[in-house]
Design a binder for this molecule. Sequence first.
Ligand code: WQD
Length: 428
Amino acid sequence: MTWLITGGAGYIGAHVVRDMLASDRHVVVLDDLSTGRADRLPAGVPLVKADVSNRRAVRRALAEHEITGVMHFAARKQVGESVDRPLYYWSQNIGGLQVLLEEMADAGINQMVFSSSAAVYGQPDLTPGATGISSSGRITENAPCAPINPYGATKLSGEWMVASTARANAWHAISLRYFNVAGAATPELGDPAALNLIPMMLEALQHDRRPKVFGDDYPTPDGSCVRDYIHVADLSAAHVAAARLVEISHQAELLRAAGDRVQDAALRAESAAARLPGGSAAVEAAATVPARAIERMPAAARAVELAAQRIPGAIRATSGPGGRRGQAGDLVAEVAAQLGSMVARVAGVEDAPRLDHHVAVNIGTGRGYSVFEVVESLRRSMGREFAVDIEDRRPGDPPALIADPALAHALLGWRARRTLADMTDSAW
Ligand code: WQD
């Protein structure tokens, strides 16, 4: 499995690159290094320095590296900038994605993980029981999507582009809707841009300024906004889980679809094999392989077909000297053994989840923290007190946004493990 990771030299992408490597997958990074940095990549990871809208570069990368799946991070992500320069966001986030999807379709690549955002929800009505809102006020994936800025709109449109392409071409794709990402797995992988709460506060302190709290009069327990902060290392693990699900779902579908072909081929091989010296014993051995498992194996289909093609030659060989008769028997025995090992390899296919061609999944902890709680955690991480300035509310900030991570757990078997203290410690 080789995954192309666009934006793999960025803050989140570089974490995912490491975790994908640790999961024994090959990765190739495509990044224009506009905000990413090559030195974030571990040695030996191929880097294609190009914008994702560079069709030739994308095409070449997909072909040269025999890419089987794509994780797409390369995008612009500043909400304020997207309000000022909407067309830049549409061209970067949607233009680039269109090129990527077209080239994937051309290359027959059918597995994808798309980097989306909780920004697709905009300012949801969080009343428990409202559409898509859990009884505890958490946002499920069924909440209405109504982005309130161009950045969120490009993420939602991106999901739609991926979903419709996935349906039309029978791909498997997952969009991950990140809540508020923070922290770092290792110091050199920290977020270099001071665009979100924790890095902005750290930057202010570094320059001896007081961090700002935007609003203390929200209808929340302490008056400051509540967000679902998710450690980037947990987020990264969710991507590996998503890649695994996409791969398994794809393989399972191939296996399920291969039933008839496998059965026909197996019958042909069986009757040919049974006529060979030593063949009956091999057929008996093959028969101990559970039939339902064989039906679900395209790899087995190919092996049996191949054997069936070779067997007529083997039959002729049986009229020759005794040694060659033995070879024919060995051949059949070998096929039976291969079948056995393939069954072992695909064991568990029946338990594989059936994934729609596209699904969007929240990635958050399910636990909210207020700005004041983040401030307190930062103070503990730094081991010192600091004062903050209370400012007016920032326009467009909803009081609370907390993910319902139930689908992520059910589908990906994933759950956030790290705490707010882990995030502020590592960011510091
Ligand atoms: C968090 C809270 C602020 C700075 C944005 C995007 C979202 C996603 C993550 C990319 C808010 C408060 C902040 C400060 C503060 N982006 N705050 N003082 O706005 O929840 O989400 O980033 O994918 O789509 O909308 O994140 O980190 O800006 O703010 O009090 O100096 O911290 O008001 O309540 P936000 P944020």
